[in-house]
Write a protein that binds this ligand. Structure first.
Ligand SMILES: *[C@@H]1O[C@H](CO)[C@@H](O)[C@H](O)[C@H]1NC(C)=O
Ligand SMILES: *[C@@H]1O[C@H](CO)[C@@H](O)[C@H](O)[C@H]1NC(C)=O
Length: 252
């Protein structure tokens, strides 16, 4: 029996975004020439070169640190037979994104699209939660701190862009950003369920962890939205929107 076939998921994620004020790549960013036969190799290497800057954040690009990565608020509303709850997560701190490792970073220049594959190991999420509803037919109710972990994950990211003219120059902007994630070894622990009733708290956490793979499967759209937001924040708001295409990917 498949419990998760009727899925309604509503969520919203709020990010803090600041304005970037640059017109070229920072000097420490690698430049990959768009007609270089080894473009993919250059881009793969670039993902490693820029890692320390992504980890700390780059204020002049208006992008926040990814290590840790802080999401002020995530609203979840899930309506399946197995999961029927509303939850509000606040001050979510994600650790481990900086351990990303790309295995593919292909730029199909004529069609203006990218295909990427990456892995991230040992991600941790902590934060404050409020939840009310049902989880695997048992009521769930409470507020407190949550801890979640993902031992390993495979991520793909796709982006298609189109040209836009601005200030007399060609820029690109995304028309489609799609990401997928497969997670291995997920874990969750909630503190403070049922007003701190220890027995109910323990039983509920056991139910959650006995079914944690299915739960993460249902929460995948949310995780994918978070990754899509990070990709768009970096690729689009920081780079594509500010730096002309000729400077992002020089012809020669
Ligand atoms: C975006 O791209 C993905 C992957 O190629 C595709 O499956 C999806 O249909 C596209 N979405 C839109 C709105 O074009
Ligand atoms: C990630 O991909 C590798 C190689 O294809 C596979 O062995 C592994 O099981 C995948 N991990 C997850 C969490 O899907």
């Amino acid at each position: 029996m498949h419990l998760f076939s009727k899925s309604i998921l509503i969520f919203s994620v709020f990010f803090t975004i600041s304005e970037a004020v640059i017109h070229d790549l920072p000097s420490y960013f690698p430049r990959c020439k768009r007609y270089d036969p080894k473009l993919s190799e250059c881009l793969l290497k670039a993902t490693e070169t820029v890692k320390p800057y992504l980890i700390k954040g780059v204020p002049e690009l208006g992008v926040p640190a990814i290590e840790p990565y802080v999401i002020p608020e995530i609203t979840l509303e899930q309506g399946t037979q197995a999961l029927n709850f509303k939850a509000l997560l606040k001050n979510v701190v994600v650790k481990g994104l900086g351990s990303y490792k790309f295995s593919q970073f292909d730029f199909d220049v004529p069609n203006l699209q990218w295909f990427c594959k990456a892995t991230i190991d040992n991600m941790d999420l902590t934060g404050d939660y409020t939840v009310t509803g049902k989880i695997l037919l048992a009521p769930i109710e409470g507020k407190g701190k949550f801890v979640a972990g993902i031992a390993n994950s495979n991520i793909t990211a796709y982006q298609k862009v189109e040209y836009v003219k601005k200030r007399g120059k060609d820029y690109v902007r995304p028309v489609n950003t799609t990401t997928t994630i497969e997670v291995g070894g997920p874990k969750v622990h909630l503190d403070g369920l049922f007003d701190g009733n220890e027995e109910l708290n323990r039983v509920t956490n056991t139910v959650i962890n006995d079914n944690v793979n299915e739960l993460f499967e249902d929460l995948k759209p949310v995780i994918q939205q978070i990754i899509t937001n990070i990709v768009e924040q970096w690729l689009f708001r920081a780079l594509e929107d500010n730096v002309p295409f000729d400077k992002l990917y020089p012809v020669d």
